[in-house]
Design a protein around this ligand. Structure first.
Ligand code: LLP
Length: 435
């Protein structure tokens, strides 16, 4: 298993993260347990802040909260000076409760309700990304009634097919996100939106997909989007000042994954942006990107307890753990592949090929289809790396499994930031309690 950030084998032959022994963490907080390496998160944030910079325009790093969100994390994002992408009224609520400065919120969503838009206006979010014409009409009505000036970006679909799993491509011609730049009505809409008295059309947004490795897709997005800004200006006279290029920077999960180094990818984007903006004489003075996975994924490790082992009649060996698709649905949803290690046997050589499966009543509840592991015993702690993104945020209560706890580690200290759900949490919304 590749070790990231502060992961290391300690003297006791245990995996340690942030200078904290993971076996001690498993004992103290129970399993499954999400362990977040705060040092690595901070390092990733620094890379974005320092490498995505230009003297020609302002840059904003907008953390995509869908990757991982809780109050403590929100506060860390505030402290680091990042903006944040939210998608629902629930995200807005969490941001508000964490004291997130609302002017740094970018409100997303392809299906926003009147009440969500109203909440965004009540809170005074920085900018709303309007996904479609129907949403524009809702927002136009609302802002007129409230006489509230509101900054918007228009989400467009530039029709770029990035090489990634089809479920996380977001910019193919038939994607549900944004309005196509090839739609014959698109320029009329810009004129119409620009005429709305309380909407300030600042720019455009695209997000071409997630877990993208090559810089060519991002650079193509820069070219297509800047060309489109120029077209909007020439066709409608609307001068756009903000370009938001979304997220999607790929990370390593398993052997064979070879993402380009983040800093180099960002340098290449900045160079292409500066060139395209200058060549096309655009009024773009702000560029935003929205990384999620690349900030948190490699910083997260999930700890499980091995509850049983089994060899099937066909000879398949299973290591069965106390979590599974409830804390990480990605293998079941996207055939995502992970690497694991027996955290209390770090220096033992992997000797057996096993399938790591979870506890849910579902054959597809597999965490790692096939991997070489050290000889595991019941009671051992299995660690799966690179589980910081889209795991906790996509977790469920299937089979009434309680959501796992989250602990942040740094400099030899651990800080419980989300506790494990209680049994009471499982029934707190049920109204049929007799006693
Ligand atoms: N901005 C927008 C508008 C997005 O839709 C997304 C991700 C991001 C930014 C952040 O993308 P990232 O940097 O994290 O790749 N559940 C899937 C991923 C879904 C991504 C959805 N949108 C997974 O587990 O792979």
């Amino acid at each position: 298993m590749r070790l990231f950030g502060t992961m290391a084998a300690n003297e006791e032959n245990h995996l340690s993260i942030g200078g904290v022994d993971t076996i001690a963490l498993a004992k103290k907080h129970g399993t499954p347990l999400y362990v977040m390496d705060q040092g690595l998160i901070e390092e990733n944030i620094e890379t974005f802040l320092h490498r995505f910079q230009s003297e020609k325009f302002v840059t904003n790093i907008v953390y995509a909260s869908k990757a991982f969100l809780n109050l403590a994390f929100c506060r860390l994002i505030v402290e680091k000076g990042l903006s944040m992408d939210t998608l629902s009224d629930g995200d807005l609520y969490i941001a508000k409760r964490a004291g997130f400065p609302m002017e740094r919120i970018v409100m997303h969503g392809n299906s926003k309700s009147i009440s969500e838009l109203t909440m965004a206006l009540d809170l005074g979010v920085g900018v709303i990304v309007v996904d479609n014409h129907d949403e524009f009409e809702k927002l136009d009505r609302l802002t007129r009634a409230r006489k509230q000036m509101t900054r918007i970006l228009v989400r467009v679909n530039p029709g770029i097919e990035a090489h990634t799993h089809e479920y996380i491509q977001t910019s193919t011609y038939s994607s549900k996100f944004g309005e196509s730049i090839f739609d014959p009505n698109i320029f009329n809409w810009f004129t119409e939106m620009d005429a709305a008295p309380y909407l300030q059309v600042e720019g455009i947004h695209c997000h071409i997909g997630s877990q993208i490795f090559e810089s060519s897709s991002f650079l193509q997005a820069v070219r297509v989007m800047t060309e489109f800004v120029a077209k909007v200006e020439s066709e409608t006279g609307v001068r756009l000042t903000t370009l938001n290029l979304g997220g999607g920077f790929g990370v390593y999960y398993t052997e064979g994954d070879d993402p380009i180094a983040l800093g180099n990818m960002l340098d290449a984007m900045i160079a292409t942006l500066e060139e395209e903006i200058a060549d096309r004489k655009l009024g773009i003075n702000r560029v935003m990107i929205e990384p999620g996975r690349s900030i948190v994924c490699n910083a997260g490790t999930t700890l499980y307890t091995v509850e049983a082992r089994k060899t099937t009649y066909s000879g398949k060996r299973y290591v069965l753990v106390d979590g599974g698709m409830t804390d990480n649905p990605r293998p079941a949803l996207y055939q995502a592949v992970y690497e694991g290690v027996i955290a209390n046997r770090m220096n033992d050589a992997p000797t057996e090929e096993v399938c790591v499966a979870g506890k849910c009543c579902e054959s597809g509840d597999v965490l790692i289809q096939s991997t070489m592991l050290q000889a595991a015993q019941v009671g051992d702690v299995l660690a799966i790396a690179s589980t910081g993104a889209y795991t906790y945020s996509m977790s469920s209560n299937y089979n009434s499994v309680r959501r796992a706890a989250v602990v942040m580690v740094k400099d030899g200290q651990d800080r419980l930031v989300t506790k494990r759900e209680s049994f009471e949490d499982l029934i707190r919304n049920d109204l049929d309690l007799e006693a």
